[in-house]
Design a protein around this ligand. Structure first.
Ligand SMILES: [Zn+2]
Length: 273
């Protein structure tokens, strides 16, 4: 009787230790590999969020030369789910919105080097054609989704300010875009990027409830009590990296885990100052 009581106590203690260490293993911000955020890739840059094809190719070469391997979103999510350790020198390359310039120029550069990237698409973009910044078509999305170098994520339906809309609209944006992308690509959509990097507690709750495993921001808005995997900051790669963009770029990547605020500045805010 006494023996079994002791065994029970030991089991209880073991269980408590196990659950405590599992809780400790959840990823913190500094556990994540550097995450880069691009928008369009063009022959000539028109806007602060553009990168030229030449600069983009040079940045990929620099990542390779510095010993980085690219992760697909599926690989990234698998490590998050297992609460595992990311490879020492890994990097996540992401593109927002779904511009055709990325399909035409970035994708061949990635494929040539066998490097992986994730494309966050807002689903209404596929019906908006023309203008200075044309978007991909549904057919092009399907072709992209079939590439071994491509992962697809959601960027909502209408590119909404998620923190400014009501719960029903959030559902439509977050859950609705996921369902459409899964239907169109035949792939599981497990990641979302917040348009304008905008989120708050209720947005994170909606993202989690819709079944996403991770979501990405731009700045760190300091919701440290929330799970880090639902507000992962990204380095804004654009024209403002300036003339010495390669060294600045490499420096940003190397400093990501220290999370200095200037890496995550949204460029339009940067331009205002
Ligand atoms: Zn966007």
């Amino acid at each position: 009787m006494r023996f079994s009581k002791n065994v029970f106590l030991l089991l209880l203690i073991a269980l408590l230790i196990c659950s405590a260490s599992a809780a400790q293993a959840a990823h913190k911000r500094a556990d994540f590999p550097p995450v880069l955020m691009y928008h369009d890739v063009r022959e000539t840059a028109l806007n602060y969020f553009d990168v030229t094809t030449e600069d983009f190719a040079a940045q990929l070469d620099r990542l390779k030369a510095d010993g980085y391997q690219t992760l697909s979103m599926e690989e990234f999510v698998a490590i998050v789910k297992a609460e595992g350790k990311f490879p020492e020198k890994s990097v996540l390359i992401t593109f927002d919105d779904g511009y055709r310039g990325v399909y035409e120029r970035a994708l061949p550069e990635l494929a040539k080097r066998e490097m992986k990237a994730t494309f966050f698409i807002f689903t209404d973009a596929l019906t908006q054609q023309g203008g200075d910044y044309p978007y991909i078509t549904k057919e092009e999305l399907k072709k992209m989704a079939a590439s071994p170098w491509v992962s697809i994520g959601s960027h909502t339906r209408t590119h909404a300010h998620l923190e400014q809309i009501d719960r029903n609209q959030q559902q439509e944006e977050i859950r609705g875009s996921r369902e459409l992308l899964e239907k169109w690509t035949g792939r599981k959509i497990e990641a979302l990027a917040f348009p304008y990097g905008g989120y708050d507690k209720s947005v994170i709750e909606a993202v989690r409830a819709a079944g996403y495993e991770v979501s990405f921001a731009v700045q760190d808005r300091g919701l440290l009590h929330e799970e880090a995997k639902y507000s992962i900051p990204r380095i804004y790669v654009g024209l403002e990296l300036g003339k010495n963009h390669l060294d600045t770029f490499a420096n940003y990547v190397a400093r990501y885990k220290k999370m200095p605020a200037e890496l995550f500045v949204e460029r339009w805010e940067f331009l205002k100052n």
